[in-house]
Design a protein around this ligand. Structure first.
Ligand code: OFO
Length: 169
């Protein structure tokens, strides 16, 4: 059974993950309109991943005797300045989510909720990967600068939708 405090914190995280999903979705649509198909595929796929993060939390809350609440979501930004701006926002978003996850882990220890603490370790590990990926892609974009051929290759690398190109280089 989750305590009321932990339930509230987990429900707040449900909203955060759903917001992340919406942000990635908005960015995906923007990239698609710019003709950046690979980047769009990566962002659409990541939006799905964030929805999976949302659902995983919701199931956990319900399985532990709480009630997962579907949150109202703010409208994500529709327009981006450029692709660099997109990946800077992504890194910022992931850093914020990591801080939220750490705060829940901290609360679990205070509440002596070792079951939820254990469950949250999946999110802790996931955030390390999410931040790493965002930093790697941002580093690549910094290297590319204004080189159009470089952006073409970056976009092509992300065509698989998972950022594998970024991982293997
Ligand atoms: Fe759910 O990891 Fe990104 O935000």
């Amino acid at each position: 059974m989750v305590s009321r405090k932990v339930e509230q914190a987990l429900n707040a995280q449900v909203a955060k993950e759903a917001i992340s999903s919406q942000i990635y979705l908005a960015m995906a649509s923007w990239a698609e309109v710019q003709g950046l198909e690979g980047i769009a595929a990566f962002l659409y796929s990541h939006s799905d991943e964030e929805r999976m993060h949302t659902l995983k939390l919701m199931h956990y809350i319900n399985e532990r005797g709480g009630h997962a609440v579907v949150p109202a979501l703010p409208k994500p930004p529709a327009g981006m300045k450029n692709i660099m701006d997109v990946f800077k926002s992504i890194l910022q978003q992931e850093i914020e989510v990591s801080a939220d996850i750490n705060a829940i882990v901290d609360l679990c220890l205070k509440e002596k909720d070792y079951t939820t603490h254990n469950f949250m370790q999946w999110y802790v590990a996931e955030q390390i990967e999410e931040e790493r990926l965002a930093r790697t892609l941002l580093d690549k974009l910094n290297l590319i600068g204004n080189d159009k051929a470089g952006l073409y290759l970056f976009d092509r690398d992300l065509m698989g939708g998972k950022g594998q190109g970024a991982k293997s280089q």
